[in-house]
Design a protein around this ligand. Sequence first.
Ligand SMILES: *[C@@H]1O[C@H](CO)[C@@H](O)[C@H](O)[C@H]1NC(C)=O
Ligand SMILES: *[C@@H]1O[C@H](CO)[C@@H](O)[C@H](O)[C@H]1NC(C)=O
Ligand SMILES: *[C@@H]1O[C@H](CO)[C@@H](O)[C@H](O)[C@H]1NC(C)=O
Ligand SMILES: *[C@@H]1O[C@H](CO)[C@@H](O)[C@H](O)[C@H]1NC(C)=O
Ligand SMILES: *[C@@H]1O[C@H](CO)[C@@H](O)[C@H](O)[C@H]1NC(C)=O
Ligand SMILES: CC(=O)N[C@H]1CO[C@H](CO)[C@@H](O)[C@@H]1O
Length: 909
Amino acid sequence: MDRAFTLILMGCFLISVSSAPVKKTQNVDIYSFHISSTVTSRYATTTITSRVANKLNKSQEILFEVKIPKNAFISKFRMIIEGKSYDGVVKEKAEAQQQYTQAVSRGQSAGLIKSVGRTLEEFKTSVTVAALSKVTFELTYEELLKRRLGKYELLINAQPMQTVADFKMDVHIHEKTGISFLEVKGDLSTDDLANAIKTTRADKDAWVTFYPTRDQQTKCKTCDETGLNGDLLITYDVQRQNPNGEMTVSNGYFVHSFAPSDVSRIPKNVVFIIDRSGSMHGRKMEQTRSALLRILSDLGENDHFGLITFDSKIDLWKRELLKATQANLEDAKAFAKKITDRGATDINAAVLEGVNMIKQHPREGTTSILILLTDGDPTSGETNKEKITGNVKEAIGSKFPLYCLGFGYDVNFDFLSKMSLENNGVARRIYEDSDADLQLQGFYDEVAVPLLTDIQLNYIGVSNLTQTSFNLYFNGSEIVVSGQITDNSVESVTTEIIAISKGSKVTYRDTVTAKDVSDVQPEHEHFLERLWAYLTVKQLLDRQVLLKGPEKEAAKKEALNLSLKYQFVTPLSSMVVTKPQEDQAEVADKPREGEAPHRPTAHRPASPGFRLLSDAGLKPFDPQMGPVLYGHLSPGLIGQMRPGLHGERGRLLVPDPLPTLSSVHMTMVDPPSDDTDGFDMDATDSDDIPEIAFAYPTQSAPAVRFLLPADGQPKPLCFDVALPYKLKLLQDSASGFSMNGESVASNNGFHQIIIRYKTNHHLTINTNSISYHDGQNNVQYLWGQEPTQHAQEGIYLILRGNEFDVTMGNIRVVILLHKKNSDAFLWPAIWQQPKGVTLSGILGKANISYAEIQGSNTSTLKIMDKEIMVSLADVTDYRYTSAPVVRCWLVPFEAVMNGEISDFAVTQL
Ligand SMILES: *[C@@H]1O[C@H](CO)[C@@H](O)[C@H](O)[C@H]1NC(C)=O
Ligand SMILES: *[C@@H]1O[C@H](CO)[C@@H](O)[C@H](O)[C@H]1NC(C)=O
Ligand SMILES: *[C@@H]1O[C@H](CO)[C@@H](O)[C@H](O)[C@H]1NC(C)=O
Ligand SMILES: *[C@@H]1O[C@H](CO)[C@@H](O)[C@H](O)[C@H]1NC(C)=O
Ligand SMILES: *[C@@H]1O[C@H](CO)[C@@H](O)[C@H](O)[C@H]1NC(C)=O
Ligand SMILES: CC(=O)N[C@H]1CO[C@H](CO)[C@@H](O)[C@@H]1O
């Protein structure tokens, strides 16, 4: 038994993630750290410049590590060393991967950019700098700020990793219609740093500077001696005098922003489809209930609504949509309060029911919205994701949008994204955290007030437009269209917006001068072209999810072309970071949103993985445990653990029925890579992967793992036996031999073993001593005493060190004393099975033969003519003093032992 497999922590859920400690380097001086951000017409370009000196008189590796918003594209990276520039070059992903296979195979690309938390990505690289030399790192990223709930947010993270003599953050916002409000928030905007932050405002411009002293850099709430660590969040909105929207033209490109707020609200029909499958158990369910209660309170009185909860079954609050009257709301809240988790996940049936509900209640002058909240894969009813998306698309028929909220990290976000995009909606992640209810409510708030539907924007004299038709416009958001001016000599551009407001058509028409009116700084003169490229690439990336065949390829190609032309690091491109040492080039890839965050990747040893079948048959346990996700895995499988974000609790998938193990110790696994039903994962066992130790309480007791030798087979088998048990270990009725053992819950093996032979011989072995009674005399030995022998009437007892060798008649067993940490336990070994004897008991099984079933990646074995699902596990072979750990196929007890564990139990030793 490996100690790791028997960590016994009943009643508490424990996760400890140990990652490599951050190396502190006093020999590196970041003498200057500047962040400069310019926002013009919501297009933000941010450059981080870090100047670092190697103070050692020998060369050393210097690290550059910064965090940038997920929505942004990196567009430039440069290192300047000894007067020479090394610029990152954006290439097609496949080409970069191929060209730098060496870098890729060293696993360096994996870590260069990774997703951290909800909104940020981390960019990290390093370079070797000569003795007493300097290096300058410069990273630029760009993003179009999106209006949500009436404001734009510019998030800037600062974490230089040490205090910096010359730290500066400069933000300049230029909005030609004027800035209506501006606020500086974030965890760096605290009282301690208040006088380091200065905000200056003019009509169209705002400047925010943040120049903390070295002293201040250690004093903010989230900072320590390693300096600043936090965000500055600048939120603002702009004036909107022109109801037709705002047109900005520069260098042959334009952007048109349209966000009316003086339109009357359209009554809506909204159906909430809530996943209450077992995986929603605990805090997720609570948060969903509490968000739902608040959302219900926020419904407008002209809104109609419906509530559907689903697992493998579907429950409706009411068959039809009802008006949000006080009485109905009270009734719905009572329903919401009673939602409890259970069962599997039938997304298909639930969404189709929601669509049906809406379709059966058409109302003039209203708009309909479907909101699906789920935390897992479809596991019941129709589970083929392609079929589901097809069914849903056909049922909705583009008549109203479907928004999908993916709760937690075990959702298949690609699937939800696709389903939303196909139905004019968007998918949003809800992060499993204490504020999940607020995230849910925040999302609802964004879609709470529809103002216009079927919006079409038309322009004359322009080309290469980004998206121009939109299903819905919500108060607090913004419609943005960008394009190129066909003829630079034209004096004006005509805009026309046609939309439906409460059932009647409205038109907005405007003619604006096409002359360059923007007073942007020269270094940003191309910002509109870049804004156009950014928006075009983003929309193409979304679109290609929906397309097929040549159209998909064309969209991809176009997005790639623009990524290369504008040097954006997008999901289709990679940045090759070159270094003074040729062979040290690295490849930076943008993580996809569907990917789990911040997970170390390393080489995958060729070990068969385990397979997640479904989350059917979910088994809730301690409700105080909070959000834990369970899954149904192959029999005998331990479960899958996913790390939490930023100290959030991780999640664990365990089999149902729970295995007899109480806890496991496993290394992290790579995230599932595709959206097949279920997925295979390889357990990795590289040294540099942090290990997660976790334990979960089970109704079943902890277990001892036995090894079952399988001569001539590739791997031995192993099985678990729950503890505590008094077990029949070995019996030979013909000769009157029996050996029983008893274990206590905190042991890896046995604390007492009793051997009987014929009627008079009796051996009692515990972890301190051995006593032998032959019917008349008593002999006592102590473990560790001088080597001793005893021989008489076919009985040989030999004690050497930690081995006690017992031969009685034709049976020979060796009892070993193992010490692990402070625990001592006994382990019985049968090195040689006696010939021509039928033995019973747990150790009575001679070697067993099995066949690995071909083609199934050997997770199915044929044992005694039965096909058995197995998983790969480790077992410590306590039959030897050295206790080697060996890999084995973990099989259910019944599969190899011709009986249940209780058949091997004895009431008395
Ligand atoms: C590095 O500095 C140490 C102490 O200042 C000195 O003894 C040593 O010679 C220096 N080495 C080099 C290569 O300059
Ligand atoms: C839209 O939002 C703005 C600002 O939040 C508010 O003043 C306005 O009344 C809202 N419009 C409607 C129709 O609710
Ligand atoms: C539109 O884009 C295409 C290809 O990207 C380009 O060839 C064309 O010149 C662009 N149109 C204008 C008006 O610039
Ligand atoms: C992409 O760019 C290449 C060369 O720059 C050009 O040959 C190709 O036509 C472009 N493709 C598209 C779809 O614009
Ligand atoms: C174990 O099983 C294999 C295959 O059935 C057989 O060849 C071998 O002799 C067996 N060994 C013992 C010790 O029974
Ligand atoms: C023997 C066998 O079926 N091997 C398969 C294991 O799985 C990989 C990836 O799914 C296949 O490529 C192998 O053929």
